[in-house]
Design a protein around this ligand. Structure first.
Ligand code: BES
Ligand code: ZN
Length: 898
């Protein structure tokens, strides 16, 4: 068999989706010296001309064929060194073009035709609200032209975009604008050149009728960078916050990491149809409009916060992702985990560190711990996949960020930055592995992190059991910690992790006690100690401990583990009131709430009357009246653990019990503390012009939390105090979306006479604004009132809904399936049946969105027998469906395995 025949037979076997393994990685045989592209843009038949200068890698086999990726392309012409290639010199199939023995150094010219209008998958080149745009990560470039579409092939691009001048006056691509001109048929062109080396996934092109808001930033070396934000003209007044955030991010990366921007222009484009939040294409970021546009009347504090962090995230990728990129997609966390860590620290520095930490831990516990405990569990660096789009997960992103955070804690801030400096300089312009990142940190600090690497290769959340003892006579306090990691699919045996744990001891008066560890030669006593747990079981003894202390362990959440502490309710309440570590203070409240909720759930299942312990109410009361604490922290302290996190604590998820108990606790707290909620609401209900800053945000969050507790009392109120009136008034008179939406959301969760009216009023006021309409759908989808599915189905017929728009699908269908458990898990099976129907419809249009939605069924084994059956039935129905995308095939398959 010749090389070409071999390649051909490989191709014809590709019937059922193939698994890709990290262990099968091979270096590219042909490298790309330059890429020249010309796009002749037409809505239904765009022509793409490419001229590629290839060179065989020095150590590669000489007869190797050239393998190019390509998907849904119509090949129009193919030339090798200027000569049309005879059909017997290449093999073409659904996803590849293979060319026999092309030589050591050659030029390939490829002409393809594509149909952007028909591209509903939103990968590659597509149309969104009348503009052309691209999304190439991870493997979208192969839907534009035949190409070595892998991140370790980096090249210099020059791109000419040609389009109708009237419809598409703005033509953009990466890098610098070189020249432009007009053609005589009403079309015009612009040529762009990107001086940096980049892989195909960072390529971008945009063409449309766009307005532009400009700003500028002067770098630490005095270079002026032009900042340009493009959007539809009607939204041009919503650009200020994003541009301000961009300047803050640029400054922060200079101050914190010494990283400067490297081009003269930084462009951001807002698009309405986008699978993700935003994309870091070199010099030309593309953003989901909902993640970049904001005005006080239309965007909430949460939106403002998210925009600031996502703008920063994509900007930070310029170093952690673009200049140093991934060798292959198994290394995704190299750029994503690190960049999430960077954006979390940026947000902590600009707003409130403790609030940021609590929010991040909440996401990790509610979603990542669940992923780690289910059939989709995978390491931060996965070792196999069918479809890489399925691995943009909370594990790769958020746990990946925690792993980088642990490294930072182990090395200390200074050592960590010495390490990242070495990483950036050593690997600038390269495509590398997570292991190269760890190696750079090791080398810069002369330290060894062999065991630490288990965090990258082992899936699962370690569980820690803690025992303590105090010897009053000897004044000694001892601690024993054991670690255990449950098995995950394909990984039964786990090696112990290196787990850094910050801790402190607190005396009865609330005073931190000095810590002096036995068998260490440091004499000075500190108030906080980092313990390095590396063995399955380990002991520590502290001497000179004058009273029986209360342990505060895992301060600041220094490791992504589950801690089971020896504390009783009283100790937790003590920490909830007195811990000097703001994170652990909050966490003690959560742990106490969980303990109580679990007890109540048992009572609920046993048919006993529920009763909330007075000590819990008192713990809440003292937090409520703590005027020293940051208001945002008070609001977080007074928020009960989410239904997801509660579910994670149960052996079998009892959807009704969790919901009923949480509602019961909310109601009891509302009643018992009614006067306090009301006073605090009034105190914080001050008319202020909207400003986005930590202090004002904190005030709004506390006020709106109070309002939500107060509204629990509505049915008892008979208009004496007027809780509902306060809610209605805030809805009607509020001058910012944070307050208006908070009121609307509270009202929509209660069966009150005004409910439909306020929803209608809101829609009529905002129907011209896409982002607000998305919120309107989301609020209704999340309302736990009975009949939600019927309402969701009716809303799918609403003229403002479109199944082709990912934001609307997420707001309505996604929200319902993911955040409305009592309605989604009804025992008639209607929820999972609905989900499965939508997955099958969506899979024809947009596989990435379909696969995300399907993940809501993956944890079916966590539920009771009846629900398991209902969910499994739907998974099987999907798995048996013919012609599934790789995306959905993989999620259905993994969910049913084992
Ligand atoms: N590179 C991703 C965007 C992406 C991922 C595009 C997968 C296509 C496929 C980007 O940097 C990113 O991570 N975006 C996140 C937001 C971020 C703040 C975590 C997103 O889009 O959700
Ligand atoms: Zn990212």
């Amino acid at each position: 068999m010749t090389e070409l025949e071999k390649a051909g037979s490989e191709l014809s076997q590709a019937a059922s989706p193939k698994t890709i393994y990290l262990s099968e990685y091979r270096k590219p045989v042909y490298l790309l010296d330059s890429v020249e592209l010309r796009f002749d843009l037409h809505e239904t038949r765009t022509r793409v001309y490419s001229r590629l200068a290839f060179r065989r890698a020095p150590d590669a086999e000489t007869q190797a064929p050239l393998k190019l990726d390509g998907n849904r392309l119509e090949l129009q012409a193919l030339k090798l060194n200027g000569e049309t290639l005879a059909p017997d010199r290449y093999v073409l199939d659904d996803d590849r073009l293979v060319i026999e023995n092309p030589g050591p150094c050659f030029e390939l010219e490829v002409e393809t035709q594509i149909n952007p209008q028909a591209n509903t998958a939103l990968e590659g080149l597509y149309l969104s609200s009348g503009m052309f745009c691209t999304q190439c990560e991870a493997e979208g470039f192969r839907r534009i032209t035949y190409f070595p579409d892998r991140p370790d092939v980096m090249s210099r691009y020059s791109v000419t975009v040609v389009a109708d001048k009237q419809k598409y006056p703005v033509l953009l691509s990466n890098g610098n604008r070189q020249e432009a001109g007009e053609l005589d048929d009403g079309r015009h062109w612009v040529k762009w050149q990107d001086p940096s080396l980049k892989p195909s996934y960072l390529f971008a092109l945009v063409a449309g009728d766009l307005a532009c808001q400009k700003d500028s930033f002067t770098t630490m070396n005095g270079r002026e960078v032009s900042l340009q934000l493009f959007t539809e003209a009607e939204n041009i007044h919503k650009c200020d916050h994003a541009l301000m955030s961009l300047k803050q991010a640029m400054k922060w990366d200079e101050d914190t990491y010494g990283r400067e921007y490297d081009l003269d222009i930084y462009m951001i484009v807002a698009v309405n149809d986008f699978n993700m939040g935003a994309m870091e294409n070199k010099g030309l970021n593309v953003f989901n409009a909902s993640c970049v546009l904001a005005s006080p009347e239309t965007a909430t504090d949460q939106d403002y916060y998210r925009i600031q962090s996502i703008i920063a995230h994509e900007y930070f990728h310029n170093w952690s992702g673009n200049r140093v990129t991934c060798r292959d997609w198994f290394q995704l966390s190299l750029k994503e985990g690190f960049t999430v860590f960077r954006d979390q620290e940026f947000s902590a520095d600009l707003n409130s560190r403790a609030v940021q930490r609590i929010d991040d831990v909440n996401i990790l516990r509610a979603h990542q711990f669940a992923e780690d405990a289910g059939p989709m569990a995978h390491p931060v660096r996965p070792d196999h996949y069918i479809e890489i789009s399925n691995f943009y997960t909370v594990t790769v992103y958020n746990k990946g960020a925690e792993v980088v955070r642990m490294l930072c804690n182990i090395l200390g801030r200074e050592g960590f930055h010495k390490g990242t400096d070495l990483y950036f300089s050593r690997h600038d312009g390269q495509a590398v592995m997570t292991d190269d990142f760890v190696k750079a940190l090791e080398d810069a600090n002369a330290i060894e992190l062999k065991q630490f690497r288990n965090w990258y290769s082992q899936a699962g959340t370690p569980e820690l059991t803690v025992n303590e003892s105090y010897d009053a006579e000897a004044q000694k306090y001892s601690l024993t910690i054991r670690q255990h990691c449950p098995s995950t699919p394909g990984q039964n045996e786990k090696k112990p992790f290196h787990i850094p744990l910050a801790m402190g001891l607190i005396g009865r008066s609330g005073k931190p006690l000095p810590l002096s560890l036995e068998n260490t030669n440091t004499s000075e006593a500190k108030l906080e100690q980092m313990l390095d747990l590396t063995m399955p079981e380990q002991h520590w003894t502290f001497s000179g401990v004058e009273e029986k202390p209360v342990l505060s362990l895992g301060r600041g959440f220094t490791a992504p583990v589950k801690l089971s502490l020896p504390h009783d309710d009283e100790a937790l309440a003590f920490l909830f009131a007195r811990d000097t570590d703001e994170f652990n203070r909050w966490d003690a409240g959560q742990k106490l709430a969980i303990k109580i909720a679990l007890k109540l759930m048992n009572d609920y299942s046993a048919g006993k009357a529920l009763q909330l312990e007075p000590m819990f109410i008192e713990a809440y009361r003292s937090n409520l009246n703590n005027s020293v604490l940051d208001k945002a922290l008070v609001a977080q302290a007074l928020s009960l653990p989410s239904e997801f996190y509660l579910a994670d604590q149960c052996a079998t998820v009892d959807v009704e019990a969790i919901h009923a108990v949480r509602e019961f606790m909310r109601r009891q707290l509302a009643e018992a503390l009614a006067d306090d909620w009301l006073r605090l609401f009034e105190e914080n209900n001050v008319p202020l012009a909207y400003r986005f800053n930590a202090q004002d945000m904190a005030q709004r969050s506390l006020k709106n939390l109070c309002l939500s507790y107060l509204m629990e009392l509505d049915s008892l109120d008979q208009n004496k105090v007027g809780y509902r009136q306060r809610c209605l008034q805030q809805f009607q008179k509020g001058d910012n979306m944070t307050d208006v939406l908070a009121a609307l959301s509270i009202l929509s969760q209660h069966d009150v006479a005004e409910r439909q009216q306020v929803l209608d009023d809101f829609y009529n006021k905002w129907k011209h604004d896409r982002q607000v309409v998305e919120k309107w759908f989301a609020i209704q989808a999340a309302s736990p009132l009975p009949g939600a599915l019927t309402r969701v189905q009716a809303l799918m017929q609403h003229p403002a809904f479109s199944i082709k728009n990912p934001n609307l699908v997420r707001s309505l269908i996604g929200r319902f399936c993911a955040t409305n458990p009592v309605n989604f898990h009804l025992l008639d099976g209607s929820g999972s049946r609905f989900l499965a129907e939508q997955v099958l419809v969506l899979d024809e249009l947009n596989p990435q969105i379909a696969a995300r939605l399907l993940q809501n069924l993956s944890r079916w084994r966590r539920f009771d027998q009846t629900r398991q059956l209902l969910m499994r039935e739907q998974l099987e129905r999907i798995a048996e469906h013919q012609g599934l995308s790789k995306d959905v095939y993989e999620i259905a398959g993994r969910s049913l395995e084992g």
